[in-house]
Write a protein that binds this ligand. Structure first.
Ligand code: F6R
Length: 362
């Protein structure tokens, strides 16, 4: 069942190149300049997007926010479903409410969907499980086609959810006339290359395992990332917490000096997403600030970036891609870091203590 892998989680991490083909497959159109999604939704009848979900699915929504604002120029809010459902959110029929769920059974997410419907919002569910409760109640469903996910810690569903948001953002941007065919084509080319890039990222496992070995006995980790990769840092920290039980928190890189910098010392490794981006130089200055305080930097960098070695104690190289597509490539390295750490600590990787795969009670 585990197809020769030691754990379901590892098998699912390695399935990601294939999963991404399934998520993206058959959804490009118009000479590689358009996305086709078969939704009843009228993109011109929307002037605001609200995304709601829990846990890892919520983090995929944070990437979605970044993508939809950039590519479709629609205002987006993202909120944890357990907060959203009780907050008396202000919605109307021109609000698109997107709920995201692997299982389609998470009670808070289902109730967030019901609240959105009560208020007359248009609803769309980004889902993995077919025939789930959420699938029966949403106006539209965008399936991620990740296949069954057995490991309690979500991996392939996350990358597939982010890929679905890439599609949705391009779809909305094109339909609303704010994303040019040329810009869409560049993104679509990058998306088509993704399965290969994720495969290459899996090849970094030996270097990642060396980092895991070096820091497995630390009690705390800090993850940093900004822009579309701030959620990557959040997800990396969540994976490490869930399966290794090491305390980890994530901050937006630019926020570090507003507080968490007080924690920096040689005992708390700092994992920084520092791949190619518009704000790369600012990230480098933040790394210098960490090292000036005896902090240990583990940088996730784009292949070919030799200069970063001067600012990091360990460098994990991942393939280069567009900044807007990079969260999918980068998170795979952090999934492996969590896995390699937990496996070394002898943790029950597929069934972490206190966690359930699907949270159907409050
Ligand atoms: C994290 C994890 C949880 C789920 C969350 C939502 O690895 O598995 O945080 O992401 O419980 O679950 P779904 O997506 O089924 O609604």
């Amino acid at each position: 069942e585990k197809a020769g892998f030691e754990h379901f989680m590892l098998k699912e991490i390695y399935e990601q190149p294939t999963v991404l083909q399934h998520t993206l497959g058959g959804r490009f159109a118009g000479n590689g300049t358009d996305v086709q999604l078969e939704l009843g939704l009228d993109p011109l009848a929307v002037d605001r997007v609200v995304i709601s979900a829990c846990g890892t699915a919520f983090y995929s929504g944070l990437v979605g926010e970044y993508l939809i604002e950039r590519l479709a120029r629609l205002p987006v809010e993202v909120e944890i479903a357990s907060e959203f459902r009780y907050r008396e959110p202000v919605l109307d029929e021109r609000t698109l409410c997107v709920v995201v769920s692997q299982s389609g059974e998470t009670i808070d997410t289902l109730e967030a969907l019901r609240e959105a419907k009560r208020q007359g919002a248009r609803t769309l569910a980004v889902l993995n499980a077919k025939g789930s409760s959420i699938s029966r109640e949403a106006d539209d469903v965008l399936y991620i086609h990740a296949g069954p996910e057995i490991g309690v810690a979500s991996t392939k569903a996350y990358t597939a959810m982010v890929a679905a948001f890439e599609l949705l953002a391009i779809f909305l941007g094109r339909a609303r006339g704010v994303l040019s065919g040329e810009a869409a084509a560049e993104l679509i080319r990058a998306l088509r290359a993704l399965p290969g890039l994720v495969e290459e990222t899996l090849g970094a496992r030996p270097e990642i395992a060396a980092v895991a070995e070096a820091f497995k006995d630390k009690r705390d980790y800090l993850f940093l990332g900004r822009g579309a990769n701030y959620p990557t840092a959040l997800e990396g920290a969540l994976k490490l917490k869930e399966i290794s039980y090491i305390h980890a928190e994530a901050y937006a890189t630019g926020e570090m000096k507003h507080g968490p910098i007080a924690l920096i010392d040689a005992d708390m490794p700092v994992v920084a997403v520092a791949t190619a981006s518009a704000l790369y130089d600012k990230t480098i200055s933040n790394l210098q600030e960490v090292r000036a305080r005896d902090g240990v930097v583990i940088a996730l960098a784009s292949r070919g970036d030799e200069a970063i070695r001067a600012h990091a104690d360990h460098v994990i190289y991942v393939p280069r891609t567009l900044e807007l597509v990079s969260p999918i490539v980068n998170v795979v390295a952090l999934q492996l870091l969590a896995y390699e750490t937990a496996a070394r600590l002898g943790r029950d990787v597929d069934q972490p203590r206190n966690l359930a795969k699907s949270v159907t009670v409050e």
